[in-house]
Design a protein around this ligand. Structure first.
Ligand code: SF4
Ligand code: SF4
Length: 106
């Protein structure tokens, strides 16, 4: 039984990272949301000054955060206000996310 339990744990699906953004000549601009960790609490939505995040119900009937579709090709500029060149503070969306589900590539 213990062996079966270990096997069950080993075959649990890996975290699913939903990546939103793009690559251009100046770099890679992606926001990744771990949909296994995201609990749909909407704290990131509340604190985002650019209002690029929203909560949707996904294919598994779970509420998760996503980047709004019309903002995905512009996130470098949408997020610029949170990302000064020097003395960059912790990002509001990252700070608000208790399950640590949000990562930025830049
Ligand atoms: S704060 Fe984190 S857990 Fe809550 S909705 Fe946003 S990404 Fe998901
Ligand atoms: S970095 Fe700022 S603008 Fe970009 S998603 Fe996070 S809170 Fe919103």
């Amino acid at each position: 039984m213990i062996f079966k339990h270990l096997i069950d744990r080993l075959i649990v699906a890996p975290h699913y990272l939903a990546n939103y953004g793009y690559t251009d000549g100046s770099g890679e601009y992606y926001i990744a949301i771990d949909t296994d960790k995201c609990n749909g609490c909407a704290e990131c939505v509340k604190v985002c000054p650019a209002q690029i995040l929203e909560i949707i119900t996904d294919d598994y009937d779970q509420e998760v955060a996503v980047i709004k579709e019309k903002k995905r090709k512009n996130i470098k500029y949408e997020c610029a206000g949170c990302k000064p060149v020097s003395n960059r503070p912790e990002l509001p969306c990252v700070r608000a996310c208790k399950p640590i589900a949000i990562k930025h590539s830049w």
